[in-house]
Design a protein around this ligand. Structure first.
Ligand code: ATP
Length: 843
């Protein structure tokens, strides 16, 4: 089967279009822009500005409108970028399909499937178009998405009634080749036309909490603003100006962007994670990642390289090295009973084999050239296969060899031994006595202690009945292949990093206990055999017993997918936040159950990917740890800008409130408040969202999942620092009056103090544990840039005549700047010195 050529595919794409279902309406830029004004308070401000403009200062009103507009543009740019990057992620998470084109097996984005394409379908795959089966083997699909019927349906290429497979259904067992008939909106799925989810942008818990908090703050701000306005009017100030002041203060103080900025930070984090090979499918997962307390992963491919090579053979009672590969029966078992995809176009055997690394390793152990291999396999005809699955841990094949049917079986040694009644010893078939069994078991022990992954081979010639139950029994044991799969170099460091970060690394594998232990020990996941438990031993525990004992195990060996689910549930019942990785179709329930479900991008099946909240593009353990680190950073960054925004806003409200309490003139005019809040605050806050984070972030314990965003002293920090900003601003204003400066100069002093306090405070917000003297300011150049811009704009409104007119400011001399620096810098200096000295004392 050669499939379509490149030209044919291109022609058909033009003729039939892309294989996509009509996706949801794309977000329009205009809609996002308009949504920036979708805020009641902003409308009140615009209304109040227009009224006061008509009544009084038109230039003032126009400036306020310009500032509001600029703020909307800033919000729009942020939100638009977020939406765009989420959309790009959706495209990345798009499903792929395995096709035969031009005689070669290719993996293509399913968008480019066309009628006539030959699809290769295996268990765990999602069918990506409507197609007709040409070849099949125990092929069963789940059509519940179309029919609602959750029982698997057998498909048969020879039967007209049951040879159709449909887009959106999943392959439960077996393998098949199907020819695409219909794509895109022409498929059955297209008729139902609801898009399968590819990326979930559900609201995060944090965002919901902040939404709720936002509402409380709105009420508080409105009360204070009303008090400020009423007090001003009572004191005989111009009611229009006071009303505008009140509304402006409300606009400035209400942290309306708080919840939205969380989404921005999460989305920014998602794209950073992508740089580190982790594709996040569900936005809230980013938040949960930071609290991960247990990482459960498979061994093969995640902790190990998945570059398998046969190192040892066992047969005729002895263990040999890999050069002893002339054993004819083992060769037949491991090569005939093998699901590698062959592609014989090249001369290099490495390039001719495609598929599961265990399978390719077994073939490469016997053949160096594709020609010999081709000759060998063309001697037989495949009749029937019982595919491998991770519960049974074996596979069988029936081949027709010179008119005679033989059954070859390979699988996990302990499983296979139970199915054998005879053993092949030096060419003789002998009963599988206790002594023989013991010596085979000893060989398995020896090989697995050497970290070898063991695959046993068996066969039988007579009495073949094509039924699963009758096939895998009464077998003749032939031997074992021991495969080395070295641990990934970077995995050990990541395991150590995990431990330092208070995260428990757990290995869950289908492999033998000894092999699992050997690898676990090399990677420092476990240090004694007592920390290793098998699935069988797990079954003997009641749920309560397992809950009481589970903490003493680090490695779970010979488990099946059901055990995985039980392990996740047990850890969760102990209040742990569990990340669990999986690849096979049966892993999906465990992956779904975990707090962070992780699917393998390369070896994972579509079903697992769909159940997961994160996909590892490189199947690498270190990527999970990197993602946890990013998760922690993002959460910290969210805390940072919440701290910054709220303390700044509190400072602004308090300035006005204190002034009206003490019967002072308004220290800040509406236009000045807006300038502070919308021009000088905004950029630094965004820059905090991309802060690189503390260096020792992975040396801290994971945070509790339901801890409040203000936990660990954040609330106190905000209230204290916010109050100090307010008090210092009022003091600067009073100082101005004390030295007999004009009201404009006093206001300029207050404005300068407020802005400078905030611009210094933003650096304090970069770390909750370190002082200004311990953080290198140049590790976040965005922040340096943002603060620089804000400073420039402050200088511009103080010195440029045109802005002086608009913002009612006056030029300041050196003495006045010193007052500003004194009031804005002293507190930050004392605070940082205190933290710095307490760190020094600890050392
Ligand atoms: P992990 O769960 O960490 O990925 P694993 O890949 O070893 O580990 P399984 O794929 O469930 O887990 O394999 C379990 C056992 O089944 C292996 O130790 C091996 O003995 C046997 N086995 C694996 N692949 C095959 C195969 N293709 N054919 C026959 N037996 C296999």
């Amino acid at each position: 089967m050669r499939g379509l050529t490149k030209d044919e595919v291109e022609k058909k794409i033009k003729q039939f279009g892309l294989n996509v279902l009509q996706s949801k309406e794309k977000i329009s830029a205009l809609k996002i822009f308009l949504s920036q004004f979708n805020d009641f308070i902003i409308w009140v401000l615009i209304g109040a500005t227009i009224i006061s403009g008509i009544m009084g200062d038109l230039a003032d009103a126009i400036t306020i409108l310009i500032i509001v507009f600029m703020n909307a543009i800033l919000g729009f740019v942020q939100e638009f970028k977020t939406e765009k990057s989420l959309e790009a992620l959706k495209e990345m998470a798009a499903p792929t399909a395995k096709v035969i084109r031009n005689g070669k097996v290719e993996i293509v984005n399913s968008m480019y499937l066309v009628p006539g394409d030959l699809l290769i379908l295996e268990s765990g795959d999602k069918v990506q178009a409507d197609a007709i089966l040409l070849e099949d083997n125990s092929f069963m699909v789940d059509e519940s998405l179309l029919t609602g019927e959750s029982v698997g349906v057998y498909k048969d290429s020879k039967e007209n009634k049951s040879n159709a497979v449909y887009m959106g259904t999943t392959v439960l067992t077996g393998k098949g080749i199907a020819k695409v008939l219909l794509t895109g909106m022409n498929t059955e799925m297209g008729k139902i036309a609801h898009m399968l989810n590819s990326i979930d942008t559900e609201k995060s818990v944090l965002r919901e909490k902040l939404d709720a908090l936002g509402k409380i703050l709105v009420v508080m701000c409105l009360v204070i603003c009303t008090i400020v306005t009423v007090l001003g009017i009572v004191r005989g100030q111009d009611p229009y100006t006071m009303f505008l002041s009140g509304v402006t203060l409300a606009v400035a103080a209400i942290p309306e962007g708080l919840a939205a900025i969380v989404t921005v930070a999460l989305a920014l984090g998602v794209s950073r994670m992508l740089d580190r090979q982790a594709l996040v499918r569900k936005l809230p997962a980013v938040e949960t990642l930071g609290c991960t307390s247990i990482i459960c992963t498979d061994k093969t491919g995640t902790l190990t390289e998945n570059k398998m090579v046969v190192k040892k053979f066992y047969f005729d009672g002895n263990i040999y090295d890999e050069s002893k590969n002339q054993n004819e029966i083992l060769k037949k078992i491991f090569v005939y009973c093998n699901n590698c995809d062959y592609n014989f176009q090249g001369l290099n055997i490495d390039k001719c084999l495609f598929g599961d690394p265990t399978e390719t390793a077994l073939i490469k152990a016997f053949f160096k050239s594709p020609k010999e291999l081709q000759k060998f396999i063309s001697k037989v005809r495949r009749e029937f296969e019982i595919p491998f699955n991770s519960t049974k841990k074996m596979m069988s094949i029936v081949v027709n060899e010179d008119g005679k049917e033989t059954c070859y079986v390979k699988g996990a040694p302990e499983m296979l031994l139970n199915k054998c009644t005879h053993i092949l010893i030096n060419g003789n078939i002998e009963p599988f006595t206790y002594t023989y069994k013991k010596s085979v078991e000893k060989a398995i022990d020896d090989m697995s202690y050497d970290a070898l992954r063991c695959i046993a081979g068996a066969y039988k010639i007579e009495n073949i009945i094509k039924k699963e139950n009758d096939l895998e029994c009464n077998l003749i044991f032939a031997g074992i292949a021991g495969i080395i799969d070295p641990p990934r170099k970077e995995a050990k460091d990541s395991v150590i990093e995990c431990k330092m970060a208070g995260i428990k690394p757990i290995m869950i594998t289908g492999d033998h206990k000894n092999t699992a232990y050997a690898i676990g020990k090399q990677l420092e996941i476990c240090n004694s055999l007592e920390q290793v438990i098998t699935g069988e031993e797990l079954d003997r525990f009641s749920d309560k017993q397992l809950k009481d004992n589970i903490d003493s195990y680090r490695v779970f060996a010979r488990v099946n997918p059901k055990h995985k689910l039980r392990i996740v549930k047990t850890f969760k019942s102990k209040g742990k936040i569990v990340a669990m990785s999986g690849d096979g179709v049966n892993d999906a329930p465990a992956v779904k159950e975990a707090d962070i479900g992780v699917a393998m991008g390369i070896s994972g099946t579509d079903v697992t990917k769909e159940a997961a909240s994160m996909i590892l593009l490189d199947d690498n353990y270190s990527t999970i740890v990197a993602a946890v680190e990013e998760g922690r950073k993002i959460y910290d960054n969210i805390r940072k800008f919440i701290r910054y925004l709220l303390s700044c806003n509190l400072g602004e409200v308090l300035t006005m409130f204190l002034a009206s309490l003490f019967y002072l003139e308004t220290p800040l005019l509406p236009i000045q408040i807006l300038f502070v809040n919308l021009v000088t605050d905004g950029l630094p806050a965004i820059a905090l969202g991309v802060d690189p984070g503390d260096k020792d972030i992975m040396m801290q314990k994971p945070r509790e999942k339901n801890e409040s965003i203000f936990a660990r002293g954040l609330k106190e920090k905000i209230i204290l620092r916010g109050s100090l900003i307010g008090i210092c601003t009022v003091m600067a204003f009073i100082a101005g009056k004390y030295y007999g400066m004009s009201l404009e100069a006093c206001r300029t002093l207050a404005l300068g103090t407020l802005i400078m306090s905030q611009l210094i405070h933003v650096f304090e917000c970069r770390s909750e544990r370190y002082s200004l003297f311990e953080i290198n300011p140049f590790t976040n150049m965005y922040l340096i840039g943002a603060v620089g811009l804000s400073l420039l704009s402050l200088i511009a409104i103080v010195y440029m005549p045109i802005f002086q007119k608009i913002f009612k400011t006056v030029s300041l001399d050196l003495g006045q700047w010193l007052i500003i620096l004194f009031f804005s810098g002293t507190i930050a200096f004392i605070n940082s010195l205190y933290i710095f000295l307490s760190h020094k004392n600890k050392k």
